[in-house]
Design a protein around this ligand. Structure first.
Ligand code: NAP
Length: 527
């Protein structure tokens, strides 16, 4: 698709598709540089759209039982499944995804909708959730308290990063819609084409009540300035943008609930026992390579730091370097290609620059800070980065590797002397989404969990029994918590029904046991 056929993506606001003024961002094919589409939300009535969601979408969803809302999620998943092939083509074209990468994003989104549809179906006719059963408060046995979760009476504004235009959209929307909260979704501009097509198909199918979902294609303008205490903001993206949202004057003044999923310097830790040739060693190598190359390393959960015992560092770097150097990089339309480009030339600049900064304290073992040469592809228009392996020269004095998130196909190996040394260095990431451990020593795995749980939102502990059965370091399962402390944003998403909490008010109701029994009978159990 060249410039002449590029379309302007409309926003879906107040139940209508609408054009913003001019052009804010061009969406490109990161292989050819061709312009695919434009976005602009300039001049659109975002305050009016918010009001429409509040007045139409909110009451319509609120009136439905949890099981009926769950049915809506199933209907959305069915609509999206019908168009999957077209979405895959868009993911390849606009995000530089291979088919595997596209599946992580598209099927991840549809799968999460289906998961919450199943979970919600089991909640029956209830509209509220019982968080905690009766507790006695005084001498009188009939005076008690229960804890209920009641849905907020506002709108969920959901702002997403460029790397998951499908999964990011639907993992957030599924939870809010099940909670009975209408969604205003704002995909990252650079890859908004897929989100746009998906929401257009869902809107055309008429499966959701009016005002249940809106879409902003382009900048978010003054939307946040119109939110109040009933609303909630769920943000995924960089730490810089997270800071500006967290400190947004209106969100602060109106105490608007904000959930942040930000950047993260995730770790993989090879146990001291895991010698070359062991199942744990092989699982570690496999996972580090997969995490570095799937979606060209553009996953918030991807492994950025790979910790290895000093005695196995040589074997680990050799194995990783051999596998990463063998990855075929190129146009993802070619079936032999294992890794495509990063999404834009500006991301390519950031990633290559980040590798350059890490190289100040590391040796580059493969890849590097120059764009790779690929036959038939113009390096002046494309956005490729070679799979890059760095080895930190002096782990005791290194700093940048624990601070810089290179959001692309690059990973640093860091040798440790003993487990305490490794745990201390992992913690220097300042709070991460996920860490994975690889060992045949159950005592080491248990100790690693105890030492590192407080600085992570999720831990994957791989012993030989699950070496090939696990779902992956970087794959976010809707059953499990997604989020992390510290620089990862201190947020929480998903985790089964736990994810619904963000869209509810937890209320302690104190009263007679007979009243509480009636309220309990009308609420679905959260646990
Ligand atoms: P970004 O530049 O921070 O943008 C994220 C989103 O925020 C985009 O939709 C962007 O819109 C929007 N935005 C920009 N400025 C804004 C403002 N002032 N107010 C409100 N919204 C604003 O991040 P990105 O480059 O898209 O994504 C990469 C980063 O996301 C990485 O650091 C990665 O680690 C992180 N990430 C985290 C997770 C997680 O779950 N923790 C998942 C994926 C990615 P425009 O595109 O229109 O500017």
């Amino acid at each position: 698709m060249g410039t002449s056929s590029a379309q302007k993506l409309q926003s879906y606001l107040s139940g209508r598709w609408q054009d913003g003024d001019g052009i804010e961002t061009e969406l490109t094919d990161p292989v050819s540089g061709a312009i695919l589409a434009f976005v602009s939300a300039r001049g659109l009535d975002l305050a009016g759209a918010l009001q429409f969601a509040r007045m139409k979408g909110q009451p319509a969803l609120r009136e439905l039982t949890l099981a009926s809302r769950a049915k809506l999620l199933g209907d959305v998943a069915d609509v999206l499944t019908k168009h999957r092939e077209r979405y895959e083509a868009i993911a390849i074209e606009n995000s530089g995804n291979t088919r595997t990468d596209a599946a992580v994003d598209i099927d991840g989104g549809i799968g999460t909708l289906k998961y919450y549809a199943r979970l919600g179906a089991g909640l029956g006719d209830a509209r509220s959730l019982l968080d905690q059963g009766p507790v006695r408060l005084a001498k009188a046995e009939n005076f008690q308290a229960i804890h209920l979760l009641h849905p907020r009476r506002g709108v969920a504004v959901q702002i997403n990063a460029f790397n998951f235009p499908s999964w990011g959209l639907w993992e957030k929307a599924a939870v809010a819609l099940l909670a009975g909260i209408p969604v205003i979704a704002k995909p990252a501009s650079a890859t908004a084409l897929l989100s746009h097509e998906m929401v257009r198909d869902v809107a055309d199918a008429g499966v959701l009540p009016a005002g249940a979902i809106s879409l902003v294609c382009g900048g978010i303008g003054e939307l946040l300035a119109h939110l109040d205490e009933n609303d909630a903001v769920a943000f995924t993206g960089s730490n810089g943008t997270a800071m500006s949202i967290r400190s947004h004057a209106n969100l602060v003044a109106n105490h608007v609930a904000v959930n942040i999923e930000a950047d993260s310097i995730n770790s993989a830790l090879l146990g001291p026992d895991a010698a070359p040739g062991s199942a744990a060693f092989d699982a570690f190598v496999r996972e580090v390579v997969r995490e570095t190359t799937v979606k060209a390393g553009q996953k918030c959960t991807a492994i950025r730091r790979a910790f290895v015992p000093a005695q196995h560092a040589k074997a680990a770097t050799e194995a990783l370097s051999a596998k990463l150097s063998a990855i075929v990089v190129g146009d993802p339309r070619d079936e032999t290609v294992r890794m495509g480009p990063v999404v834009t030339r500006s991301q390519q600049r950031d990633v290559l620059g980040g590798i350059g900064r890490l190289a100040g304290e590391a040796k580059i073992l493969c890849g590097g800070m120059d764009a790779p040469h690929i036959d038939g592809i113009d390096p002046a228009k494309s956005a490729f980065v070679a799979p890059t392996l760095l080895e930190i020269s002096d782990p005791a004095s290194a700093g940048a590797v624990h601070e810089i998130e290179v959001f692309g196909p690059a990973v640093s190996v860091i040798a440790y002397q003993n487990p305490d040394d490794a745990f201390a260095m992992v913690r220097r990431g300042g709070g991460s989404l996920v860490a994975s451990f690889y060992s045949g020593d159950a005592a080491f795995l248990a100790r690693a969990v105890n030492e590192l749980a407080a600085s992570h939102g999720r831990i994957l502990a791989i012993d030989p029994a699950i070496a090939t059965a696990h779902t992956g370091h970087g794959i976010v399962m809707p059953q499990c918590n997604h989020g992390g402390p510290g620089r990862a944003g201190n947020g929480e998403e998903l985790g089964g029904l736990h994810g619904l909490r963000f869209y509810h008010q937890r209320v302690a109701v104190q009263g007679s046991d007979t009243l509480l029994a009636t309220l309990q009978a009308n609420a679905a159990k959260l646990n």
